[in-house]
Design a protein around this ligand. Structure first.
Ligand code: GLV
Length: 318
């Protein structure tokens, strides 16, 4: 019987360049995420599926796909997948770390600059024809040099952001899971989470979405941030209590926010939508041609390995 692979979205590369001849490949063709019924319909009979962050893969989906052996998540985060349910059914789960590190760090840094220098407000002035020419007091922003960036979650992307921030003359501090200090790397120094919140002019989130990071930033933590600090989130929306963030912005505790991810994507808290002190992007962290091509190759190569009976190179960590 020929091995079958189903991709829940059209892939950004020609799969024939990566997938072994003989593997039958199909994908969901609409320009939106499939419903779980559509996903199960498309994946019926598939041995491997390539999934996106917008697909919910849980026990009820898996029970309707009895021949499935592999879920190849085309992302580094995999909180949309019930890994325990997969393991219980002997379905392997892989992801695509490394492929998107630089693209996501670049986006986080871009958001930081955009909020600090008020790009969105300046662009709105120009586009609406409301700009009246140079003014020495127009849209004054914040200089990065000499300011402190606090990075929450010092993994691949956090470290890649630290290097960029350092090159801009920022002081970089970072906190890690359970506040474990890390080996000095000459770029960032370790700071316990509470101190990081108190000292940082900019806080950027780079931790995974897990039960222990859900609402890591709520009312209390936002109130503990340095007055006027700017929050950047390119990790996962659930790490921030969005309603609490709106309250912190409304009382001007925070000076602004740059968000690429949201608690209930694609729904965004209405309290954020009209604010001029936030920049809102539609989950674009890894959205470069280079990263998305690498991610697709990485997911497909692991799928081929599993279909050939070999161990995948990028299983999700425990
Ligand atoms: C994107 O959100 C990813 O986790 O890769």
């Amino acid at each position: 019987m020929r091995a079958r692979l189903f991709a829940t979205r059209r892939l950004p590369i020609d799969h024939a360049e990566v997938v072994d001849t003989g593997v039958l490949v199909a994908s969901f063709e609409a320009d939106r995420a499939p419903t779980s019924e559509e996903l199960v319909d498309g994946a019926r009979g598939a041995h491997a599926i390539v999934t996106q962050v917008s697909d919910r893969i849980d026990g009820s989906v898996l029970d309707r796909l009895p021949g499935l052996r592999h879920v190849a998540q085309m992302a580094v985060g995999f909180d949309n997948i019930d890994v325990a349910a997969c393991r219980a059914r002997k379905v392997l789960v892989t992801h695509t770390p490394d492929a998107l590190t630089d693209s996501t760090a670049e986006l986080a840094f871009g958001l930081l600059v955009a909020v600090a220098r008020r790009f969105h407000e300046g662009q709105a002035l120009v586009r609406t024809g409301s700009w009246r020419g140079f003014s020495p007091t127009l849209l004054l922003g914040r200089e990065l040099v000499g300011s402190t960036l606090g990075i929450v979650g010092y993994g691949r992307i956090g470290r890649a952001l630290a290097v960029r921030a350092k090159a801009f003359g920022m002081r970089v501090i970072a906190s890690t899971r359970r506040d474990a200090p890390f080996a000095p790397d000459g770029v960032a120094s370790h700071a316990p989470f509470a101190r990081l919140l108190a000292e940082s002019d900019f806080v950027s989130l780079h931790c995974p979405a897990t039960p222990s990071t859900r609402h890591l930033l709520g009312d209390e933590e936002l109130a503990a941030m340095k007055p006027g600090a700017i929050l950047i989130n390119t990790a996962r929306g659930t790490v921030v209590d969005e309603a609490a963030l709106v309250r912190a912005l409304e009382r001007r505790q925070l000076g602004g926010a740059g968000l690429d991810v949201y608690e209930r994507e694609p729904v965004v808290h209405p309290g954020l939508l009209g604010r001029s002190d936030v920049v809102l992007l539609p989950h674009l962290g890894s959205a470069t041609q280079e990263a998305r091509a690498r991610m697709a190759v990485c997911a497909l190569e692991d799928a081929c390995r599993v279909l050939r009976g070999e161990a995948p190179l990028h299983p999700v960590p425990d």
